[in-house]
Write a protein that binds this ligand. Structure first.
Ligand code: C6P
Length: 410
C-alpha cells in the first residue's frame, strides 16, 4: 500500500519553516535530500549513549559501537540485496567510492586497455577515470548522448562498436543528475560482462529513489552517497562483488586494514576492512542504516512512482512556458526536471525563485562536457523527493511566470 504522502512531511523538521516570508519549497533534492527525525535521532542517540571507537576495544561502549557499525553494514547490504555484508565498503560518498574503485582497479590497467564511460557522467564519474587513464596509458572512450536536448538518452546502438574486448571497465550513471532519464543498467552490465569488462554504476541519483538490487542488476561495483537518500552527509558506500574486492589493492593504508605488520612491510585484511583504513565514520553509518529503514517503510517502488509522477507533472506544466528548453526524455524519468531559458540565466532564475521560498539549483551540475555538447552554460533544475507535493509544482510554475515577466519574456 502506498504511504500517505502528506503525512511524510511531518517526519522532516526542516520543512516547516519560511524562507523570505514564504513557506519553504525544497526542490534541490538531487543535490542533497532532507533528513527525517528518525535519522537525526539516530545520530544524536549514538553520540549521547554509545560513542566509542570500533573494532579495537574490549569495553562495553566500544563493543556497542562496533555492533551498531557492523549492523549498519549488514543493513546496507540488505538494502541493495548484496550477497554478503563484506561487499559494503563505507566511504565518504559517491565521489570517494568512485575514486577508490578507479585507483584500485586502475592498478591493473595497461596501455591498450580501454575504460568506457558515457557523455552524461557527473565529474565524479569522469575525472577519476581520466586520471587513471593518464597514469596507466589506458584510453578513455564515451557512449554518446543522442538529441539536441539529450532526449534520445544513451546511444545504445553504439555499444556494438564501443564495447570491444579491450574494454576493461565500463562506468556509467544509473540516472543523470542533469537529464533525469533512467539508464538500462541491467542491459549495460550484461553487455559489459559479455566482453569481460567490469561494470561500475554511479547510483548517486537512483539509490534513494527506488528499488535497487545489485544481484538482479548484475553489477560489479556500485557507488552511492547517504546524503541523497535521507541519510547524513559524509557517508556513502562502494559495493563491490566479494570475489573482486579481495583481489584488489587497497587505496589507503594504515590502522585497521592490516592483518600483520613488520618494519619492512604489511599484509592486508580481506574486504571490507582492507578498504577502510583509520577510524571510520561510525555515527553517520549508523544513521544511514536508519535512513534505509525509513525508505523501506515508505516502500521504494512507491517512492519511484511518486517522484517520477511529480517530475512528469513538472515537465508537462513547465513545457507551457515561453522560450523554455527542457532536457532529457519526456517519457520515463526519475524525480528531476532540468530546463533552460534563452533569455534568462539559470543563476538569475534560482536567485529570483529563492525570493518565493523555492530552493532550486542552477549551473552546470558538475556536467561541464555535457553542457558544452548541448550548447548550454547551465540549466535550472527542480528535483523532487518523498515530501514534495503537486501544490509545490504550482508554486514553482507561478514563480517561473513571475520571473519571466520580470525579464520581459512573454
Ligand atoms: N550531484 C548535484 O547534482 P557526492 O558529492 O560524492 O555525494 O556525489 C557526487 C555525484 C556523483 N554522481 C552523480 C550522478 C551525482 O549527481 C553526484 C552529486 C550533486 O547537485 C552535486 S553536483
Amino acid at each position: 500500500m502506498s504511504p500517505s504522502w502528506s503525512n511524510v512531511r511531518a517526519d522532516f523538521p526542516i520543512l516547516h519553516q519560511q524562507v523570505n516570508g514564504k513557506p519553504l519549497v525544497y526542490l534541490d533534492n538531487a543535490a542533497t535530500s532532507q533528513k527525517p527525525r528518525c535519522v537525526i535521532d539516530a545520530l544524536v542517540g549514538y553520540y549521547e549513549r554509545d560513542n566509542s571507537n570500533v573494532h579495537r576495544g574490549l569495553h562495553a561502549l566500544s563493543m556497542r559501537a562496533t555492533d551498531a557499525y557492523e549492523s549498519a553494514r549488514a543493513r546496507l547490504a540488505t538494502f541493495i540485496n548484496a550477497a554478503d555484508a563484506a561487499e559494503i565498503i563505507f566511504t565518504r560518498g559517491t565521489t570517494e567510492s568512485i575514486n577508490l574503485a578507479a585507483r584500485s582497479l586502475g592498478a591493473k590497467l595497461k596501455p591498450g586497455d580501454v575504460i568506457l564511460a558515457t557523455e552524461m557522467e557527473h565529474h565524479s564519474n569522469l575525472v577519476p577515470w581520466q586520471q587513471i587513464a593518464k597514469a596507466t596509458g589506458a584510453t578513455l572512450r564515451f557512449v554518446p548522448v543522442l538529441g539536441a536536448n539529450a532526449e534520445g538518452g544513451l546511444d545504445l546502438a553504439s555499444l556494438d562498436s564501443l564495447l570491444t574486448p579491450q574494454v576493461k571497465i565500463f562506468a556509467f550513471t544509473h540516472i543523470s543528475n542533469t537529464l533525469g532519464g533512467i539508464n538500462p543498467v541491467e542491459e549495460l552490465c550484461r553487455r559489459a560482462r559479455a566482453v569481460g569488462a567490469l561494470s561500475v554504476i554511479d547510483a548517486a541519483q537512483s539509490i534513494g529513489h527506488g528499488p535497487f538490487d545489485v544481484r538482479a542488476i548484475g553489477a560489479d561495483f556500485v557507488a552511492f552517497s547517504g546524503h541523497k537518500m535521507a541519510g547524513p552527509t559524509g557517508i556513502g558506500v562502494l559495493y563491490g562483488r566479494r570475489g573482486l574486492l579481495d583481489t584488489m589493492v587497497p587505496d589507503e593504508t594504515g590502522g585497521g586494514m592490516v592483518s600483520h605488520v613488520e618494519y619492512s612491510g604489511a599484509r592486508w585484511k580481506p574486504a571490507p576492512e582492507r578498504f577502510e583504513a583509520g577510524t571510520p565514520n561510525i555515527a553517520d553509518a549508523i544513521a544511514l542504516a536508519k535512513a534505509c529503514d525509513y525508505l523501506d517503510a515508505l516502500d521504494r517502488a512507491a517512492i519511484a512512482k511518486h517522484d517520477g509522477e511529480l517530475a512528469a507533472l513538472a515537465y508537462e506544466r513547465l513545457s507551457t512556458l515561453p522560450g523554455i528548453r527542457l532536457l532529457g526524455t519526456a517519457g520515463a524519468r526519475s524525480g528531476l526536471v532540468s530546463f533552460a531559458f534563452t533569455e534568462v540565466h539559470a543563476h538569475d532564475i534560482v536567485t529570483f525563485a529563492d525570493e518565493d521560498g523555492i530552493a532550486l539549483r542552477g549551473g552546470h551540475h558538475c556536467n561541464q562536457p555535457l553542457m558544452r555538447k548541448l550548447g548550454l552554460t547551465g540549466t535550472t533544475r527542480a528535483s523532487f523527493y518523498v515530501y514534495n507535493t503537486p501544490e509545490e509544482i504550482d508554486v514553482l510554475v507561478a514563480s517561473m511566470r513571475r520571473i519571466l515577466k520580470f525579464f520581459g519574456v512573454t
